[in-house]
Design a binder for this molecule. Structure first.
Ligand code: VGL
Ligand code: ZN
Length: 201
């Protein structure tokens, strides 16, 4: 069983959004097209309360992209994004959601961030995605979405660790930075993930 995990394809992560990934909108048609190649399609959604501690706005005197220690880990402070129920948190217009069987929301605890679709950054809580995929008999997972070096990367790394054969769809993701993308691909392959482009599906 092959599953596609569409990570955080939300308005705030595409041009016009508050934490826009350059050219993030370009992956929408790619993701729409490849869904038919999979037995199962699931999605994740970054879903923060307004008082989320990853928002620079909740740390008076701090600026966006400063780092702090949160829950014992280094944390980048982001612009407010993907606030529960707001437009920025909605899926990007044009994303064909018809085949999405389940949506896993993350980043809901104000005290800790959550890049991976499987666990928060401190591995305190699971979203249930791993058990869901295993329950559906999935052995191979393909990750795509935004942003390549944050939520897509950490979702892929956790998938590897949970024992899934894991593919990172390079042309169905976009990164915040070139350097971040390069490092993400390197880290992924070092940890046993595989890089693929959608034409190879
Ligand atoms: C993400 C930063 C903060 C992502 C989410 O989806 O990659 N990045 N929250
Ligand atoms: Zn976030």
């Amino acid at each position: 069983m092959k599953a596609l995990i569409v990570v955080d394809l939300q308005n705030d992560f595409v041009p016009g959004g508050s934490l826009a990934v350059p050219r993030g909108n370009e992956i929408v048609p790619v993701i729409n097209k490849i869904q038919e190649k999979f037995d199962l399609v699931v999605a994740t959604q970054d879903w923060h309360p307004k008082n989320h501690m990853s928002f620079a706005s909740n740390h008076p005197g701090k600026n966006v992209y400063d780092t702090i220690v949160l829950a014992g880990m280094e944390q980048v402070l982001w612009p407010d994004h993907c606030v529960q129920g707001e437009k920025g948190a909605m899926f990007v217009r044009g994303f064909d959601e018809r085949r999405v069987e389940a949506i896993f929301r993350k980043g809901t605890d104000p005290e800790i961030d959550s890049y991976s679709g499987f666990f928060d950054n401190g591995r305190r809580k699971s979203t249930g995605l791993g058990d869901y995929l295993k329950g559906r008999g999935v052995s191979q997972v393909y990750v795509c979405g935004l942003a390549a070096e944050f939520c897509v990367l950490y979702t892929a790394l956790d998938a590897i660790e949970l024992g899934f054969e894991t593919y990172y769809l390079e042309d169905a993701t976009r990164a915040l930075s070139h350097e971040g993308f390069r490092e993400a691909r390197e880290q992924l392959t070092r940890r046993g993930g595989r890089l693929m482009v959608s034409d190879q599906l």
